[in-house]
Design a protein around this ligand. Structure first.
Ligand code: NDP
Length: 444
């Protein structure tokens, strides 16, 4: 049995009931076969076994009191996966479906994503099965304070620097940072995505969505194509989705549909983003309200129908496994040319296969959504240097990073004989740096 297959089989045996982790590990390890075969010293050093085993998994109780005076208890997680190339870095996700498998899949992906940015950041991820949706600000604060009262002892500006993810936006980062500062009496860059008045960076809010569009634009440019006049559909209506929509529109695309976890809106005249922002960012409302405000729009309950809307470009920006094989086939039948993943692992393994067999340009999450963590690393640099860069400066750096990620994964795919296969390209390009650093560190 080949080395990669042995490691995968063992991983599944040792970590049963972790389907998302198995899925991410299968995608990654399978595509690393060509490089592992070229380097027999990796097997001798047990490199892959160490790569798929987190350096540390922290699980903790998060008790808090709700507005009715009732005690609630949630689960807290921080997976410090790999610190070979820098301090652990990766977001916190607050959503009811969070469990260890989800955090481990996100953490494993994060190692390679962070490597691809070219910046010195290792991989980690964390979160809780707490869902801020429908909670009062006081309840969210109580939860965040309790969560940080345990987490603070495991993180630090040079150790582990969490950020936001699903359910963790500016409000949550503010409460988490406030509690960290209170306990440690340190005003340091221990979290990214901070507000602009307390150490945050311009463009961090926009970074993942803008970065997604920048890398897609570069892939289009390489094919003599552009966003101008393209019809785009975007899943989700959170942080990533909103700023992907903003940048795509500014480049001349027409975004016709978006969703939240209840259903989707289709607006053939083009989504009016100011209305989405008002519903989602200001009022924390539901996307169905868009159709009540905009005559040309239609709201449909349930999410899956979104993928049946004909488009040139699909940008999944909500959550894992939102595009299955059936949806991928419909997208292809309707003529989709580009699929770029804003969310983490939004396409199933079968869906990716459909895209690749049909020559759709497919940009996987670890490359396509790396703009968020790259800008977080720029926030860390500004924090350590006590500097504050202009919007234009950070945006230009972000764009450069995304353009160079595209060429990096394109070249790696070509070098290993898989031209145009960016799943292979991203995994290989991301892995090389981490593997080289791990080999240099000895058996640790
Ligand atoms: P937000 O919480 O801001 O938004 C998430 C959006 O996705 C909401 O519209 C939410 O709907 C929807 N959603 C979440 N879960 C589901 C589900 N199970 N089914 C349907 N819709 C769902 O999160 P972000 O925009 O920050 O994150 C979105 C994705 O992007 C995630 O996969 C995240 O890991 C990834 N990502 C985010 C980065 C960042 O910088 N924020 C960086 C890199 C990746 P509802 O409001 O109904 O819950």
């Amino acid at each position: 049995m080949k080395y990669v297959e042995k490691v995968l089989e063992n991983l599944k045996k040792q970590n049963p009931n972790e389907p998302e982790f198995h899925q991410a590990a299968t995608e990654i390890l399978t595509s690393l076969s060509p490089i592992v075969e070229k380097h027999p010293e990796y097997e001798a050093a047990g490199l892959l076994e160490r790569f798929v085993e987190p350096e540390r998994v922290i699980m903790f109780r998060v008790p808090w009191v709700d507005d009715n005076g009732k005690v609630q208890v949630n689960k807290g997680y921080r997976v410090q996966f790999n610190s070979a190339i820098g301090p652990y870095k990766g977001g916190l996700r607050f959503r009811s479906d969070v469990n260890l498998s989800v955090i481990k899949f996100l953490g494993l992906e994060q190692i390679l994503k962070n490597s691809l940015t070219g910046l010195p950041i290792g991989g980690g991820k964390g979160g809780s099965n707490f869902d801020p949706k429908g909670k009062s600000d006081r309840e969210v604060m109580a939860f965040c304070q309790s969560f940080m009262t345990e987490l603070y002892r495991h993180i630090g500006a040079d150790t582990d620097v969490p950020a936001g993810d699903i359910g963790v936006g500016a409000r949550e980062i503010g409460y988490l940072f406030g509690q960290y500062k209170r306990i440690r009496d340190e005003h340091v860059g221990v979290l990214t995505g901070r507000g602009l008045t307390y150490g945050g960076s311009l463009v961090r809010t926009e970074a993942t969505g803008y970065g997604l569009v920048y890398i897609t634009e570069e892939a289009m440019k390489a094919r003599g194509d552009s966003f101008k006049g393209k019809t785009v559909i975007i899943s989700g209506s959170g942080n990533v989705a909103i700023y992907a929509c903003e940048k795509a529109q500014s480049l001349g695309a027409k975004v016709v549909a978006m969703y939240d976890s209840d259903g989707y809106v289709y607006d053939p005249e083009g989504i009016k983003l100011d209305i989405i922002k008002d519903i989602k960012e200001v009022k924390r409302g539901r996307i169905s309200e868009y159709a009540q405000k905009v005559k040309s729009a239609k709201y449909t309950e349930g999410c899956k129908g979104l993928w049946t809307i004909p488009c040139d470009v699909a940008l999944p920006c909500a959550t894992q496994n939102e595009i299955d094989e059936e949806s991928a086939k419909i997208l292809v039948k309707n003529g989709v040319k580009y699929v770029a993943e804003g969310a983490n692992m939004p396409s199933t393994l079968e869906a990716i296969d459909v895209f690749q067999k049909n020559k759709v340009v497919f940009l996987p999450a670890k490359a396509a959504n790396a703009g968020g963590v790259a800008t977080s690393a720029l926030e860390m640099a500004q924090s350590s240097g006590r500097m504050f860069w202009s919007f234009e400066e950070v945006d230009a750096k972000l764009k450069n990073i995304m353009v160079s990620i595209y060429h990096n994964i394109d070249n790696a795919a070509k070098e290993y004989g898989y031209e145009g296969n960016y799943v292979m390209g991203a995994n290989i390009a991301g892995f090389v740096k981490v593997a080289t650093a791990m080999m240099a560190h000895g058996i640790v």
